[in-house]
Design a protein around this ligand. Structure first.
Ligand SMILES: CC(C)(COP(=O)(O)OP(=O)(O)OC[C@H]1O[C@@H](n2cnc3c(N)ncnc32)[C@H](O)[C@@H]1OP(=O)(O)O)[C@@H](O)C(=O)NCCC(=O)NCCS
Length: 180
């Protein structure tokens, strides 16, 4: 028996309807036309996941520059239920992690999840995410309406990182390498 293959592919006008169908099945929230227009422009931040050449998952992200930070926001990352626990979510997340690490200039990756979405919370905790906030009544038409904000803090690869910098430490100023 040959091993199953998991591959990622671009979202294009040709396959965008597959992405819409998949998101409709996987997520309780529906996404508007603007979401899909933006996804077509998202490049490496939107991918379909293929399991033995069949579309079974997708990830869609955008760059968020609110709150004086540059963060990657995961809008959707999901997989059809019969294909879960096969590593497909991991392949999609790893792709996003590679993207932010290569870029080197993101503060964090974050997303919202319904407070009862235990599988997603376990999945993201495995990759170093933490619940940093819980927003009441975040969702309008679904129950529970509350959302956790899950966040993974990243280390920026600062071009000046090799320059020594002064940091305040226990009331004293000391010299330290930013990378330390
Ligand atoms: C969350 C989700 C994307 C995970 O996808 P997946 O392909 O099943 O994930 P993986 O097979 O790569 O799992 C990686 C690890 O995450 C953890 N994990 C995933 N699902 C889990 C579950 N139901 N319970 C406990 N741990 C889980 C496990 O540690 C797993 O490793 P293991 O299978 O070796 O134990 C999937 O459950 C899903 O599509 N859910 C619906 C959509 C959603 O809620 N997305 C999150 C918000 S964007």
């Amino acid at each position: 028996m040959t091993r199953a293959s998991i591959e990622l592919g671009d979202v294009t006008p040709h396959n965008i309807k597959q992405l819409k169908k998949l998101n409709t099945v996987v997520f309780p929230v529906s996404y508007n036309d603007k979401f899909y227009v933006d996804v077509l422009e998202a490049g490496e931040l939107a991918k379909l996941a293929y399991y033995n050449d069949i579309v079974v998952g997708a990830v869609c992200c955008r760059i968020d520059t609110s709150e004086n930070q540059r963060r990657l926001y995961i809008m959707t990352l999901g997989c059809l239920s019969p294909y879960r626990r096969l590593g497909i979510g991991t392949v999609m997340f790893q792709h996003i992690l590679n993207y932010v690490e290569k870029d080197g200039n993101f503060d964090s990756i974050f997303l919202h999840v319904q407070v009862n979405n235990e599988s997603a919370i376990e999945f993201y905790k495995k990759f170093g995410f933490e619940i940093v906030e819980t927003k009441e009544h975040y969702y309008r038409r679904i129950e529970p309406a509350d959302a956790h904000v899950l966040q993974k803090t990243l280390r920026k690869t600062d071009p000046e990182a090799s320059q020594p910098t002064s940091v305040q430490c226990n009331g004293q100023t000391e010299k330290r390498d930013k990378k330390a």
